[in-house]
Design a protein around this ligand. Sequence first.
Ligand code: KG4
Length: 352
Amino acid sequence: MLLAIESSCDESAIALFSPQQGIEFSTLFSQIATHTRHGGVVPELAVREHLQKFPELMDKLPVPLCEVKKVAVTVGPGLVGSLAIGMSLARAIAQQKGIEIVGVNHLRGHAFSPFIDLHAVDPENFEQHLAQKLPHLGLLVSGGNTLLYEIDRNAEGRLSIEIVARTLDDAAGEALDKAAKMLGLGYPGGPLMEKFAKEAPLQRTLDFSITPSFKNDPKRIAFSFSGMKTALRYFLQKQSLAQVEANKPELAATFQGAVIESLSMITQRVFRSKRGGYYRSLGLCGGVAQNSALRRAFVKIAQQEGLPLMDVRPAYCGDNAAMIAFAAWLDPHGLLDVGSFNPGLTLDNQNL
Ligand code: KG4
């Protein structure tokens, strides 16, 4: 059995995985309540909470530690202090039990998370099921990243990840969080934007729209959210506080709609840039993938392309250790040294 530890930002998480059973246990402690008071993640407080919560989480393990044969831990990207706590815990366990320890790239954890449930339904025949889904086009949308990537097996049989499109400025989650702040909705912004957007009137009342970046540049395969944020800021500057207050749902719906249109538009451009039938599945993962309007948009794209949508169950969208455990097993060639953490790691910088 493999034990995974994830502590890259503000979630303390552990999980157990075995190739025969899949994810056998996964739990986490979210620090959102602590950071909400400060309007964003405070790194020092994150470290303190990790230190307090990991012992409690370890007490919840449903099996004795002697059944754990390997430890996997996130080594980056993330906050330096947060990463260091998880890595120290993983090293201590590995040393005490005399077992192997491996480092996992947090982003590869997200990227492979659409396959966790594919494995869960039929662990024995997972390899055949996976082969039918590759090449896979995935969208990773979180607070720090917006990436379209392709997963395939290369000539040596290794899983390869290639970035197809990235953001030139903010990540989608970051843009939603900042827009929520401008609208005075609170933190974390993404879920609040979704909540307010759901209350928007069906018939729009405001003379306000946001054009997704690169809409008029049909060959461009990249994301950008800063212009959309500026459009919202300029509009808000012309409104009274009372007007903003009264129109929060509509403003949230307009901004969220533009973010989703942008994510969908670029994903569809990638499909059009390839010969028909090249991709065999579409994936959606990361914290923003919990957004139901985004999920609906991706269900539609998958239908249009005649592909299965491998979306991730909400518990595995935000930061969690299940995806770290799964990536440690699925992607042995992507494993990293645990000698030192790597806060700036990107999805594709592993010199595989
Ligand atoms: O993957 P994640 O938990 O953390 C990292 O960034 O690594 O993603 C967090 C992001 C935040 O920007 C948060 O606002 C966004 O995911 N998010 C959402 C929703 N739930 C979380 N965005 C839109 N709709 C949601 N329901």
